[in-house]
Design a protein around this ligand. Structure first.
Ligand SMILES: [Zn+2]
Length: 129
């Protein structure tokens, strides 16, 4: 891991600095995991009580939906039943993420060709607007 940094600047002028070491095969998942934790903290009503950084939070608006992993096991549940709703859905570019119990654990990501630039754009949109 070197000292060089990659800098990604979006149209809002916000800068996200990605350490060069994150640009390997797990780069996208690492950046996405960081993004999800920050989004959960920002949109949680009480990030300490629900431990939003670890589990996520329940939130939905016109731009995105987040829902913690659900343990209810009911067939009619959108997250436990056949519907298999994602734990995170960013609507403008259709990013969907599923995780097992905790953000970052066993994550499934759709579509599978999301770029770090798109993740950074999403993060800037949700954290700065
Ligand atoms: Zn459930």
């Amino acid at each position: 891991m070197g000292n060089r940094k990659e800098i990604n600047e979006n149209r809002m002028g916000t800068i996200i600095i990605i350490p060069q070491g994150m640009m390997g095969s797990y780069a996208r998942e690492s950046l996405l995991e960081t993004a999800l934790r920050q989004i959960a903290i920002k949109y949680s009503n009480d990030p300490d009580i629900e431990w939003a950084e670890k589990y996520g939070t329940k939130y939905e608006d016109g731009r995105f939906m987040m829902h913690p992993y659900c343990w209810c096991g009911k067939d009619e549940c959108k997250w436990c039943g056949d519907a298999q709703h994602p734990n995170f859905f960013y609507k403008p570019i259709g990013i969907k993420v599923w995780w097992y119990k905790y953000i970052g654990r066993g994550m499934d990501i759709e579509p599978d060709n999301i770029t770090n630039g798109q993740v950074a754009e999403m993060l800037n949109d949700l954290l700065n607007n």
